[in-house]
Design a binder for this molecule. Structure first.
Ligand SMILES: [Zn+2]
Length: 217
């Protein structure tokens, strides 16, 4: 799943206003931010296979350190610890950041084909496989994202014109990007290209979300 993960960022921001929306945007993609460099380093493995599912062009072969259930628990606990004792030093903020990290697993569980291990690569692998239906995948991600946006907009108030329309336009842009992501041919055909594209997107989207959030109160 790609842009749908941000539904959790918006929803969690509603519950804890002191958490930075930019940080929540990075937190929901945290394991994927690790995954692409891990692939380049040979720690985890994926292959680019055109139309591996209706919605994706990659076969996720080996990803226990980022996408196993155990890894999610450990990364979420680590995120809690960093935000509780190092960065913001606030229990409630640390809890929502940890939940944001963990939410990635719940959303991925819906769409992935069975490639999410419980702990090691030899344990049962989970995934409900919605990726095999591109339209359903797109509608699920769009629906989640719009629901998140709605919760966010209802609980914050615009301070400027940019604040009033900016986040809606931004989410519209994310939904457009996802059209190409889900229905298009492989955007990039090398793992390095894919990694650069993914990481650039994650950081850029977080910066925009952080900036637009500053225009609301
Ligand atoms: Zn993922």
């Amino acid at each position: 799943m790609f842009v749908g993960h941000y539904a959790a960022s918006f929803a969690l921001k509603k519950f804890e206003k002191r958490a930075s929306l930019g940080a929540l945007f990075l937190a929901v993609q945290f394991v994927d931010i690790l995954f692409f460099p891990f692939v380049l380093l040979g720690i985890e493995r994926m292959n680019i296979v055109e139309n591996f599912t209706q919605s994706t062009h990659f076969e996720l072969e080996y990803l226990p350190y980022t996408h196993s259930l155990l890894a999610f628990v450990l990364w979420s606990v680590a995120a809690y610890a960093v935000f509780r004792w190092v960065v913001v030093k606030n229990h409630a903020v640390a809890v929502v950041v940890a939940l944001a990290v963990f939410s990635h697993w719940l959303f991925d569980l819906l769409v992935h084909t069975p490639d999410l291990p419980l702990w090691s690569d030899t344990t049962a692998k989970l995934g409900l496989g919605l990726w095999n239906n591109a339209i359903a995948t797109y509608l699920l991600e769009a629906g989640l994202l719009l629901l998140g946006l709605w919760l966010y907009l209802r609980s914050t108030k615009a301070a400027t014109t940019v604040g009033k329309y900016g986040m809606g336009v931004f989410v519209g842009f994310l939904l457009l990007v996802n059209v190409f992501n889900i229905f298009g041919p492989p955007m990039l055909d090398t793992k390095l290209g894919l990694a650069v594209f993914a990481l650039t997107s994650y950081f850029l989207f977080a910066v925009v979300a952080f900036w637009l959030d500053g225009k609301r109160s």
